[in-house]
Design a protein around this ligand. Structure first.
Ligand SMILES: [Ca+2]
Ligand SMILES: [Ca+2]
Length: 451
C-alpha cells in the first residue's frame, strides 16, 4: 500500500509541524498510533472526539498528588500504549484473554453500531458521511437503511452523521432518531420513520426535533440513546474551538456542553420531563440533565442496572469517564472547563471544585491515548467472565480497557485488548448485549470475544 504509507508519512510530518488544539481523525489505517490528521488549529477536529496530536507539544500537566475518586493506576493500569494483556493479580473481577475479532468490513468511516431491539440479530452501522447500513448475519445489505448524505456537512472530521437511536417502540411505530451536522454545521436531532416491515427508513419522513447552533466545527457530541426511563438522551459538545472559549460547559442557559434528556413521546416535537433537574427554572434550559461536559462523544446506560457512563474527551492532557448511578436525579456538574479530569483547567491552579463530580477513570494523553471513546458495560452471554465490566477505548491508541469496581468500591482500569493504532470510533451493542468496536479508518467492525 504505497499510497497509504506515503499518506501516513505526510500526516506525520504535518502533525509534527502543527500544534493543534483539536486534531481530527487520522484518515489512514496504519499499524502504529499516528497522530490525528492535522487541520486548521482551532477548527476541524477529530471526528470522534477531539484530539490532540499524540506526538510532542502537549502541555503535560503533572498530576497533582491529591486524593481523588479517580481510579488510581494501581496494580492494574499499564501506562504504555502497547502493553500486553497483563494479568492483574489483585484487581476486581476482570475478563481474561479477550480479543477483538473482525466481523464486518468494507464500510465507509463507520462510527457507531446499534440494534433495533427486535430480536432479529440485525445490527445497524452508522457511516459518518450519512448512511446507515443494515448487517444481517454478518452480511452488509447493499441498499442503505437510510441515506441522508445530502443533508450533511462533513468537511470537519467531527462532522457528519454522528448518532442513531431506535425508539424503544420501534416495532410498533417505526421511529428512529439521528444526530447530525447540517449543511451549516449545526447540530440537528431528527426523527425518521421506517414504514411497513421496517426494512428501510423513509428519507422524506424527517421531522426535526431539535437544532443547536454550532459556533465551531468540532465538539458536536453526537450520541443519542434512550434511557431505561424511555427518555431520549443527547450528548452535546461544548461547541468547539479549544478550551471552551465561550464558557458553554458551565452555562446553564446553553445546550452546548451538556447531556440532555427529553421526552419525544409527548408534545408536538418533544417535552421537557417534569423531573428534569432544571425543569421550569428561569433562564435555564430545562432539557439539561448534566453539564460541565466538553465533548461527550459516547455515553451509555448499563442495561442491567441503569447506571450511566459518559466518555468525555479531554482538552490536551486528560481523558475521562464520568459516572452517574441509576436513580440519580441529575443536575450533575462534571467540571469542564473549570477542570479537565481531576485537574484544574481554568484557572490552571486552585480552581473551585465545589459541587463538581469528578471522573471515575482518567488517563493522561502522554502515551495511553488522546481521545476517549466511551463504551458499554458488558451484559452479553458469550463472555461470562466479562459480565458487569465497563469497556471503553481511545481513538488514537486503540487500546480497549476494562473498568470495574473492586470490593472496596474503587474503580480500577486495566488493558483488555492492546491497541494497534488509531481509528476506534465507537463501541456498540447488539440486541443480545454483545459488544462491538467500529474502526473508522479501517471501515471495519470488531466483535469483543473470548480469546
Ligand atoms: Ca461544534
Ligand atoms: Ca470532567
Amino acid at each position: 500500500m504505497p499510497a497509504a504509507v506515503l499518506a501516513t508519512v505526510l500526516l506525520l510530518m504535518l502533525a509534527a509541524c502543527a500544534r493543534l488544539q483539536d486534531a481530527p481523525m487520522p484518515p489512514v489505517n496504519t499499524a502504529t498510533p499516528i497522530p490525528p490528521l492535522p487541520a486548521s488549529p482551532t477548527s476541524t477536529p477529530a471526528l470522534s472526539p477531539e484530539l490532540t496530536p499524540t506526538t510532542g507539544a502537549k502541555p503535560t500537566t503533572p498530576a497533582p498528588p491529591t486524593a481523588t475518586p479517580v481510579a488510581p493506576a494501581t496494580a492494574t493500569t499499564i501506562p504504555t500504549p502497547t502493553p500486553t494483556p497483563a494479568p492483574s493479580p489483585t484487581a476486581a473481577p476482570q475478563p481474561p484473554k479477550l480479543a477483538l475479532t473482525p466481523v464486518i468490513s468494507g464500510l465507509q468511516q463507520p462510527l457507531f453500531l446499534t440494534h433495533a431491539g427486535d430480536g432479529s440479530g440485525d445490527v445497524y452501522v452508522v457511516e459518518r458521511r450519512g448512511k446507515i447500513k443494515v448487517v444481517k448475519k454478518g452480511t452488509t445489505r447493499t441498499e442503505p437503511f437510510l441515506d441522508i448524505s445530502p443533508l450533511l456537512r462533513t468537511t470537519g472530521s467531527e462532522q457528519g452523521l454522528l448518532g442513531l437511536a431506535f425508539h424503544p417502540g420501534f416495532q410498533g411505530n417505526g421511529y428512529l432518531f439521528v444526530n447530525y451536522t447540517d449543511l451549516r454545521g449545526n447540530t440537528v436531532v431528527a426523527r425518521y420513520t421506517a414504514p411497513g416491515n421496517r426494512a428501510t427508513a423513509d428519507p422524506s419522513s424527517a421531522r426535526t426535533i431539535l437544532t443547536i447552533d454550532q459556533p465551531f466545527p468540532n465538539h458536536n457530541g453526537g450520541m443519542l440513546a434512550f434511557g431505561p426511563d424511555g427518555m431520549l438522551w443527547i450528548g452535546v459538545g461544548d461547541g468547539g474551538s479549544g478550551g471552551d472559549p465561550r464558557g458553554n460547559g458551565q452555562n446553564l442557559g446553553q445546550l452546548l456542553g451538556k447531556l440532555l434528556r427529553i421526552d419525544v413521546d409527548r408534545g408536538d416535537l418533544y417535552t421537557i420531563p417534569p423531573d428534569n433537574p432544571f425543569a421550569g427554572q428561569a433562564n435555564v434550559r430545562g432539557e439539561i440533565w448534566a453539564y460541565g461536559l466538553r465533548n461527550p462523544w459516547r455515553f451509555s446506560f448499563d442495561r442491567l442496572t441503569g447506571d450511566l457512563y459518559i466518555g468525555d474527551v479531554g482538552q490536551n492532557a486528560w481523558e475521562e469517564v464520568d459516572f452517574a448511578a441509576a436513580g440519580s436525579k441529575g443536575g450533575l456538574n462534571f467540571g469542564w472547563n473549570r477542570m479537565e479530569g481531576t485537574h484544574c483547567y481554568s484557572p490552571a491552579a486552585n480552581c473551585d471544585r465545589t459541587g463538581l463530580v469528578l471522573p471515575i477513570v482518567e488517563y493522561a494523553n502522554n502515551g495511553e491515548g488522546c481521545s476517549v471513546t466511551g463504551g458499554y458495560v458488558y451484559r452479553g452471554k458469550a463472555i461470562p467472565s466479562a459480565a458487569g465490566t465497563y469497556f471503553f477505548t481511545d481513538f488514537c491508541s486503540g487500546t480497549l480497557w476494562a473498568a470495574s469496581r473492586d470490593d472496596t468500591g474503587t474503580w480500577r482500569r486495566s488493558v483488555a485488548v492492546a491497541g494497534k493504532g488509531a481509528g476506534h470510533s465507537s463501541l456498540g451493542e447488539d440486541a443480545a448485549g454483545e459488544l462491538y468496536v467500529t474502526n473508522l479508518n479501517e471501515g471495519t467492525v470488531y466483535r469483543l470475544a473470548a480469546q
